[in-house]
Write a protein that binds this ligand. Structure first.
Ligand code: HEC
Length: 93
């Protein structure tokens, strides 16, 4: 029997491709989700890890700038995340 004329081979390959495409789509969409997390969510997720998440109204805009630099290092947060968190804190205070 000729390998390339066997229909099962093509059926198997197309199923394999179909399944593989799901993994590709899955990994792309979950990366996008992380990138699109808004500041308020990042604040809620990160700033409660070590202490109560401070209310945005607890500090002034200038104070938030300094605190954010400090907490970025403490929490080991990426630059993009801390920028979004500070934007949220300033907007909400
Ligand atoms: C890895 C643990 C950790 C994370 C995560 C963390 N903090 Fe802190 N934070 C601390 C520690 C420890 C202190 C107190 C000592 C210090 O100032 O270094 C503190 C102090 C503070 C203070 C000062 C409180 C006061 O009354 O003076 C503020 C405000 C603050 N954090 C805000 C934040 C915000 C906003 C985030 C989220 C971006 C955050 N923290 C995330 C550990 C953390």
């Amino acid at each position: 029997m000729n390998f390339y004329k066997n229909r099962n081979v093509y059926a198997f390959l197309s199923i394999l491709l179909f399944v593989a495409s799901f993994f590709v789509i899955e990994s792309c969409s979950s990366k996008k989700l992380v990138a699109e997390k808004p500041g308020a969510l990042l604040w809620g997720e990160n700033c409660i890890r070590c202490h109560n998440a401070p209310s945005p109204s607890a500090f002034s805009d200038v104070q938030w700038e300094t605190i954010a630099m400090h907490m970025k290092v403490r929490a080991n947060l990426p630059e993009d995340d801390i920028i979004k968190i500070v934007e949220f804190l300033k907007m909400a205070n």
